[in-house]
Ligand binder design. Sequence first.
Ligand SMILES: C[S@@+](CC[C@H](N)C(=O)[O-])C[C@H]1O[C@@H](n2cnc3c(N)ncnc32)[C@H](O)[C@@H]1O
Length: 182
Amino acid sequence: MNNIMMLIFIWLWLLIILALAVFLLVTAFYNIFLGAPFLSSNRETLDTLLNKIDLSGKKKLYELGSGNGKVISRIAQKYPQLECVGVEFNWAVYFLALGRNLFSKRKVKYLCQNMFKVDLRDADVVFTYLFPKPMERLEPKFAAELKPGAMVISSTFPLKNKQPAQVYRNKSCLATIYVYQY
Ligand SMILES: C[S@@+](CC[C@H](N)C(=O)[O-])C[C@H]1O[C@@H](n2cnc3c(N)ncnc32)[C@H](O)[C@@H]1O
């Protein structure tokens, strides 16, 4: 019996190490070859999103590049009326978000997809924490697809050609939040 327990224990550890190695390899691939690093939003960003920006009355929110779901799951908890859709193309972090969803009362819909292929015409709010290049590519997509009154909230990196309606500056430069109205 002891030997069986020992074997199960060793196999479990091997599985955990394998899962970790796959996660690191996939994430490194997205980081190095696709220029899409995964970084989780910090606490200040979350505080601003949850305490300073009012999303009551909004119906549908997309997070483009939703990572491990940390941000969108907190927003979903705060606003029960809001349909929340997270879009993430790195399937290793997408699975982390699905795991988080298992333990959340409020479920988020996650799409394992390239955000540039997602139709944003029904969005009331879009949240992003991306880098300058994807922001530049998203700007014409926002202009073409977003309905009047839609809101874009971008953490850290602003849009190049649009004036923000509000800017929330925080202590960390990685937590400045830009809010745009369409
Ligand atoms: C800096 S992380 C932010 C994660 C999360 N939004 C947060 O605030 O904690 C950017 C995420 O966007 C994802 N991403 C980048 N380009 C993407 C694309 N074209 N389609 C879908 N996801 C993308 C990356 O894989 C990464 O997980």
